[in-house]
Design a protein around this ligand. Structure first.
Ligand SMILES: NC(=O)c1ccc[n+]([C@@H]2O[C@H](COP(=O)([O-])OP(=O)(O)OC[C@H]3O[C@@H](n4cnc5c(N)ncnc54)[C@H](OP(=O)(O)O)[C@@H]3O)[C@@H](O)[C@H]2O)c1
Length: 336
């Protein structure tokens, strides 16, 4: 029957087009050679606490030499002692240098030069120094917006500037920017914080295009809520709405988050996520970001629509939390 033949032909064309699309995408995706951390020099900003300290431990366990950068000297010394317990050979060194990564580019360049003079050129830079403030947009101080942009954004630009030329000359290197899930979706109370974490993504995408021909790979990590001193501090002043929204996903251990970030950076993956929610957010926000494998490229093409529907369900439930809190507050104000 002619319509059966027509259907078969249409099916054949669809299968052929899908195959061609897969072949075309495969030709576009370039996966870098994984990097070995044995003997490598890894600089971790914010390496004296939380996720940064766990990242330093993870790299040290893989045989790296570590430079920790943060402000508080006694916390740096404590972290150094803790990390040294995980040595895998007797040549490994952990050095720490006190610096405020947000203040001026020249002093950050100076300490990174100092670090390189002792441990050689930087093979991997992990920008983990960061801080957060939550609050309603109109109730946060303008200084909060300025400080967060200085620490979370400029505090990642300066160290990256200090290592990039040598990485390009050596035609090797990895840079990690630690963003946040709040750098993929804007949530109640995070107007100051989210903007700084979204900014890292723009920086990373543009920089990746510049340095890819030099075999330098950038990773943007999007950790979920993680049990760290910084997270405990943030919780002290978290608004009810923000807390209720955050409670919809579990809190992770910093060691687990660190393992994933380092594994993804070693493999040269552009986006690094943790858990099922994180994975879904990665697919949803992949946009024009570089793809690190054919499997990743195909997954984004095939799953984007379904994940968009699931994502809208989450947004609707967060909106409903915000509305309920507002009604409750108005009721209690009337009765007062
Ligand atoms: N914990 C979470 O739930 C979570 C979730 C998503 C993303 N993140 C991100 O992950 C990163 C680490 O967070 P965390 O929770 O592990 O934080 P944390 O426990 O508070 O540690 C922050 C580290 O950054 C350093 N630091 C802060 N400001 C600095 C500055 N101006 N100059 C140099 N060092 C500075 C701190 O040392 P000093 O104070 O001594 O300088 C400390 O070593 C941050 O970028 C954060 O935004 C965290």
């Amino acid at each position: 029957m002619p319509w059966v033949a027509l259907l078969l032909a249409a099916g054949g064309v669809a299968v052929l087009s899908a195959l061609l699309m897969v072949l075309y995408m495969g030709s576009l995706v370039t996966s870098p050679k994984p990097m070995s951390l044995s003997g490598a020099h890894v600089v971790v900003t914010g390496g004296s606490s939380g996720i940064g300290k766990s990242i330093a431990v993870e790299c040290f366990k893989q045989g790296a030499f570590i430079t920790l950068l943060a402000r508080n000297e006694s916390r740096l010394v404590e972290a150094k002692k803790e990390i040294e317990k995980y040595a895998v050979n007797d040549k490994q060194v952990v050095q720490c240098i006190s610096v405020d990564v947000s203040k001026d580019c020249a002093s950050v360049e100076r300490v990174i030069k100092q670090a390189q003079d002792k441990l050689g050129p930087v093979d991997m830079l992990v920008n983990c120094a960061g801080t957060s403030v939550t609050g309603k947009f109109e109730e946060l101080g303008i200084s909060n917006f300025e400080e967060l942009m200085s620490v979370n954004y400029l505090g990642s630009v300066y160290p990256a500037r200090a290592v990039i030329t040598t990485m390009k000359e050596r035609r090797m290197g990895r840079i990690v920017f630690v963003s946040s899930q709040a750098g993929q979706v804007g949530l109640f109370g995070f107007t100051a914080y989210s903007a700084t974490k979204f900014a890292l993504r723009g920086l990373a995408e543009a920089l990746q295009m510049e340095v890819k021909p030099y075999n330098v790979y950038i990773t943007v990590a999007y950790p979920p809520d993680t049990d760290t001193p910084g997270f405990a501090e943030e919780n002290k002043t978290k608004l009810l709405e923000t807390r209720l929204i955050s409670e919809s996903s579990p809190v992770c251990k910093p060691e687990h988050v660190a393992k994933i970030i380092i594994k993804d950076s070693i493999q040269g993956k552009f986006s690094s996520s943790v858990g099922t929610d994180g994975h879904m957010l990665n697919v949803l926000t992949s946009g024009m970001s570089p793809m690190s494998s054919l499997a990743e490229a195909l997954e984004t093409v095939l799953c984007m629509g379904v994940f968009r529907i699931i994502g809208q369900y989450y947004i609707a439930s967060f909106d409903s939390i915000v509305r309920r809190c507002m009604i409750q507050k108005e009721k209690s104000e009337k009765t007062d």
